[in-house]
Design a protein around this ligand. Sequence first.
Ligand code: AMP
Length: 577
Amino acid sequence: MTPFSTLGLNQPLLDAISDLGFENPSEVQEKAIPILLEKEKDLVALAQTGTGKTAAFGFPLIQKIHAESRTTQGLILSPTRELCMQITNEMQLYSKYVKGLNIVAIYGGASITEQAKKIKKGAQIVVATPGRMKDMIGRGIVDISKIDYCILDEADEMLNMGFYEDIKDILSNTPQEKSTWLFSATMPKEVAAIAKKFMHKPVEITVGEKNVGATTVQHEYYVVGGRDRYPALKRLADANPGIFSVVFCRTKRDTQRVAEKLIEDGYNAGALHGDLSQNQRDLVMNAFRKKQIQMLVATDVAARGIDVDDITHVINYQLPDEIETYTHRSGRTGRAGKSGISMVIVTRSELRKIKAIERKIKQDFVEEKIPTGIEICEIQLYHLARNIKETKINNEIDGYLPAINDVLEGIDRDELIKKIVSVEFTRFFNYYNKARDLNSGTAEDKGRSGGNDGSVRYFINIGERDGYDWMSLKDFIRDSLGLDKDDVYKVDTKGSFSFFNTDAAFTPLVLETFSDLNVDGRRINVEVSNKPDRGGGKRKRRDRKNSGGRGRKSSSSFKGKKGKSGHGRSKKFKGFV
Ligand code: AMP
């Protein structure tokens, strides 16, 4: 193994490394440091978090900076405030023996004046989130026109979070003649495009295999009907009583909705997404770390930095659009040498996505069945018995024992056990007794989707004149109701009104949701329509795919603000000895 001393690092850095107790360079450090120290080159490094990549760019950067000059020479862009602070802290530790070097973090959600003061004192290295950086350049607070090094850390994540334009703007304020080092866990086409546009013949290094998920993770999928996702999620939780999981949803709205429903249904759940304040996110994460929360429902962006090792299950409540995102999600479990399970709840129409993921991660999925009610009752019963066996006796009870004995007089052991177990078990039994099979494709399921529910047509008092076409109106209705795409159908927009259908089971929800809803000051009115829908029958038609742009209102009024923060990253170190 190559020791640090052979990589070309100078004494102040080697001393800091020795203080930090790093014995040997990690793979990414071994590969990147000599390249970056040797010549002024652009670099693309594919490395996951936890591989030691901060030091891989941090050591060479610190060595190359002229600490005696006050000019800003290095800029590190990172997706989140947490990561930004983490990089700054690490870099300060690495440069503890470099006199006069100032490394300043600038990120959103904190006082800009304080940050401006620190920059003013002279910061040779600035570590920044793109939004705040752009803001500070705009106000003339920070000057990056003379930098020699620009590092894009977790580039895939920055692009995922919608920072492309900000990054482009920031880079346009930097000199042509500089070295750009890009670090990314994955290489989706957007990252490749950035590398192509802003970098000159970059050297490429890869740590581990590209886009391959951890092999300690077993991948499973469960096929259910679109509207059975939530009951399926509950069953997966109930069938795994010791579960400690992250449940991934696609949108902030779904994340909030699923978490709220779980809490209502008595689960230890919490939501993590970008519409929460930093303080709220910290509270949720602390509760999760302490395992007070067993099911953390999260968006991809917010969950990226979860640095918790013993997550037993990752549950994909919905599949992500990008396969790379699936790799990130499943990588939250199976860490630190432990095994983990990544479960995907899918509908039949999404099955091809499973095939695509299998090809990419080079691992097979196992098709599993959502447990039946009786299976869950059985699991819970044994779990309960084990819990009773393992429960530590509280001796405070001793004093009350004679009185309790009096109450329980005459009940034999078997009966007593049955009674104790029933206290908890009956709750599950009542809920799951006669519960239907949720697995899609079963006779029961076909019966249901075959139209037994009936279909209801509604009138709604908004239409084309309000800027909607059928697609955007469908999105608006679906979002307002919190339903799946296929649950709202036969959407027909007219001038000032429209029609749509749902299954009869959703009628109370539809009428209730729209009974008190205003959009831009206008009252939305929905009524059950007497007008027969075009084409008659009960089966859903697949809506056309190609008509026009999105409606103005659906996107402006009902979508949350863009979340630009909400996660740090893994502090855990893995992958080398
Ligand atoms: P990173 O991938 O940069 O987030 O690094 C993950 C963690 O590994 C950080 O806490 C670093 O301090 C630590 N680390 C980085 N390089 C080494 C090394 N060569 N040996 C041991 N720990 C390291």
